[in-house]
Design a protein around this ligand. Structure first.
Ligand code: UDX
Length: 457
């Protein structure tokens, strides 16, 4: 065994995450997993939203020295333009950094422990880095930090665009149960930029990737994974749920400091009595919707833990959390708790949590599924609409808050999921899904390790 591990450590995997919380987290979880299976790991990263190397002494970290334009780093930037600019800015520095690591192979001499680069694993949204690695002759795997279903919609994008679907409630052929309205929205002023971005992401996988790694598991997405495998004729490794498989502690991967005090507050609450509310790390709501959320929570009569992070309200202050509506703090003094960032995985695992009002980012969705917590869904953008549709219509573990965020509708939805019969049925199904998640096998991880270990170095 020791010999096998030593042989594997000669295989170095170079990882490159997209520098946002929902992407850094699964990439670092994958890093921990690959290292625990005996591979040497180097994480190339941007200075923007850089991970903290001190939290991962077992990994090597190398900054790529990018020069990011304001449109990437300024808060509230348009997401499509942000992703395109990020790809452009990272392409050359990523290529240079990877080329330097390849050169080490020649210089290594007697230092066998360094390991030679066997392959790269690059966030699938970083199409420029996927292409750059392939151009350097490095086998490159694209990491999908979203669901297999979402990835399928991106692969199908040119076909969907040409078909010009307009009926929002129409089922999309070959992507059922997704409706047109569940697909990644590409309307408005950034439509062309977003279309261009999706086309490049799909193009890079088809032309440059040697395989795809997806943070999902067969128990929830077997049909979607089978279809991707048929369509791409590439190895597709379903290695999720990565937070369970890697056993990486949550505090290792968070980019913000969580307020752990809310756990002590949860300890004082009866089982399944508290609604946890969080819209993730980047989604925003308008000022009016924020107020309706607050008064809806107050009107529901249900205890809640609400993450109100800086930047949550569009156009508001980016450094400080938005002010709560007048009179709201008084209203909820005995029944609510507000934090700017929660230790989410611990919160979802807490017995006091009854349901999760979520934007359906893929990490949040998986974390909720793995803890058997039913969801109230409020998808905001990107893959969140796809995830919300699967939560509500495929797995049956959640319901929509409502098309419009209005206090009366909110209060009714919260009561339904927390104390209604519908909520109880969703909780039962969520419990079954939790069992499936905990039984997810490491077969696909084994084949990923075998695949990487078999690559020449
Ligand atoms: C973004 C996109 O919004 C999402 O659609 C895509 O799937 C991934 O990138 P994000 O908004 O960050 O994701 O949401 P999500 O994927 O759910 O990731 C958020 C992460 O932050 C989760 O791992 C969650 O546990 C963590 N989190 C969130 C906290 O630790 N504390 C909080 O208070 C809120």
């Amino acid at each position: 065994m020791a010999g096998q591990e030593q042989r594997r450590r000669r295989h170095r995997v170079v990882l490159f995450p997209l520098p946002f919380q929902g992407h850094v987290t699964p990439m670092l979880q994958l890093a921990a997993l690959l290292h625990s299976r005996g591979l040497a790991v180097t994480v190339l990263h941007t200075a923007f939203n850089a991970p903290d190397p001190a939290r991962h002494p077992e990994l090597a970290f190398v900054p790529i020295h990018e020069a990011l334009p304001d449109e990437v780093t300024c808060p509230g930037a348009d997401i499509a333009r942000q992703l395109l600019a990020l790809n452009t800015a990272c392409e050359a520095p990523f290529r240079d950094a990877l080329a330097s690591l390849l050169l080490l192979r020649g210089r290594r001499g007697q230092d066998q422990d360094q390991g030679s680069v066997a392959c790269a694993v690059v966030d699938g949204q970083c199409y420029a880095a996927v292409d750059a690695a392939a151009q350097l002759g490095v086998p490159v795997l694209a990491l999908r930090t979203d669901s297999a279903a979402t990835f399928r919609t991106m692969l199908a994008f040119p076909r969907l665009r040409d078909a010009g679907y307009e009926m929002l409630d129409e089922l999309v052929p070959d992507l059922e149960p997704l409706r047109v309205r569940d697909l990644i929205r590409v309307d408005g002023s950034d439509a062309d930029a977003l279309c261009g971005f999706i086309a490049r992401v799909a193009g890079a996988v088809r032309s440059s990737a040697s395989g795809v790694v997806v943070n999902t598991f067969e128990g929830i997405e077997a049909p979607e994974l089978a279809k991707i495998r048929r369509e791409l004729s590439l190895p597709v490794f379903a290695v999720g749920p990565l937070h369970l498989m890697s056993r990486a502690p949550a505090e290792q991967t968070t980019l913000r400091a969580p307020d752990g005090g809310c756990l002590a507050w949860l300890d004082t609450r009866p089982p399944r009595s508290v609604l946890y509310v969080s819209l993730g790390s980047v989604a925003t709501v308008g000022h009016a919707a924020f107020e309706e959320m607050a008064w809806g929570l107050a009107g529901s009569g249900v205890p809640f833990l609400w993450v109100v992070r800086p930047g949550l309200v569009a156009g508001g202050e980016e450094e400080a959390p938005p002010p709560l509506p007048d009179g709201f703090s008084e209203e909820i003094k005995n029944r609510g708790k507000i934090v700017t960032w929660a230790p989410q995985r611990e919160v979802l695992a807490h017995a006091a949590i009854g349901a999760f009002w979520t934007h359906c980012g893929w990490n949040s969705t998986l974390e909720s599924v793995c803890e058997g917590v039913p969801m109230l869904v409020q998808p905001c953008f990107a893959d969140q609409t796809v995830n919300a549709r699967y939560v509500t219509h495929v797995w049956g573990v959640g319901m929509e808050v409502g098309e419009v965020i209005e206090r009366g509708i909110v209060a009714e939805a919260v009561a339904k999921v927390m104390v209604g019969e519908e909520g109880a049925r969703m909780r039962e199904r969520a419990h079954r899904l939790k069992m499936e998640a905990s039984a997810a096998t490491s077969l696909s991880i084994d084949s990923l390790i075998h695949y990487i270990s078999s690559l020449p170095t």
